[in-house]
Design a protein around this ligand. Structure first.
Ligand code: ADP
Length: 259
């Protein structure tokens, strides 16, 4: 009787082990596929600016352009080089985060001031498309964080909001307190993301529209940076209606501020 019971359990465990192993194998196959797709899309992203730089510099070098065309060419080369640096920095950040090697130095950060700075940085870009940037914030929404990294997070979120908004619209940055947290909402009334694409956006290597000239890493990096600050990042979006990104971070009360 005793033996039969063991045999029964053993069989059950073996079945469970087999299905776990099967699941793990499927996951490995899937994540390898995702990585392969990622490498091919990132290579494409890197090749596009390099091809342009090569073309322009070769023609300039051969003396094939007049001074005006040469000036335009040099401007394109500078812009494409900046784009390449940005792409490489994104890849490096992502890989550091994946390997738990992102270094952060924490201090007291006022999110209202930080968002106002970001609005100034992105003002011209928004204005070009007649998009208004607005802020509605509580006083002293203080968190403990790495100011540069938090700036990177909100620059990415507001930049996306501008990129995917219609002309003559507005983007709202709303900062509030919720319990012991500071909550920032970046709200746009742009193109939105469909439900099944939202699932894929949350998959860290994926990008909804691979033709929009991005790596699809921005949101994944932002999300992981927020998590490094003991916070969470949520995406709420409806196709054709708009997107709200919610970032919740632990509030630093004045009493616990670092000396
Ligand atoms: P990328 O650098 O390629 O823009 P992100 O990770 O920042 O990558 O965004 C991933 C994708 O999510 C974008 O390509 C876009 O399709 C979608 N997305 C992000 N933010 C928004 C937004 N505010 N409105 C609509 N779509 C968005």
């Amino acid at each position: 009787k005793f033996n039969i019971r063991i045999k029964g359990n053993y069989k059950y465990e073996l079945g469970e082990l087999a299905s776990t192993l099967n699941y793990m194998a499927q996951e490995i196959i899937r994540s390898n596929q995702v990585k392969d797709d990622f490498i091919s899309s990132i290579s494409h992203e890197l090749r596009t600016p390099l091809t342009s730089i090569k073309g322009w510099s070769e023609t300039i070098n051969s003396g094939g352009y007049d001074p005006e065309e040469t000036k335009i060419g040099m401007e394109i080369i500078t812009k494409e080089t900046e784009r390449l640096i940005g792409l490489v920095e994104e890849i490096l950040d992502f890989s550091k985060l994946q390997q738990n090697e992102m270094k952060v130095s924490f201090a007291r950060v006022d999110l209202k001031e930080l968002l106002q700075e970001i609005m100034l940085n992105l003002w011209t870009k928004a204005e070009k498309r007649s998009i208004e940037l607005r802020i509605d914030s509580v006083d002293k929404p203080i968190v403990e964080g790495d100011a540069n990294r938090l700036k990177q997070v909100f620059l990415n979120l507001v930049d996306n909001a501008i990129k995917f908004s219609h002309e003559n619209s507005a983007i709202d940055l709303i900062v509030s307190f919720e319990g012991n947290n500071v909550v920032v909402q970046v709200h746009d009334t742009g193109i939105g993301i469909s439900e099944d694409h939202l699932v894929k956006v949350k998959d860290r290597f994926f990008q909804v529209d691979p033709l929009n000239g991005g790596t699809g890493l921005g949101l994944a990096i932002s999300q992981q940076l927020v998590e490094l600050h003991h916070g969470i990042l949520l995406i709420q979006s409806e196709l054709g209606v708009g997107t709200t990104i919610v970032v919740r971070l632990p509030r630093l009360l004045e009493d616990d501020s670092p000396a």
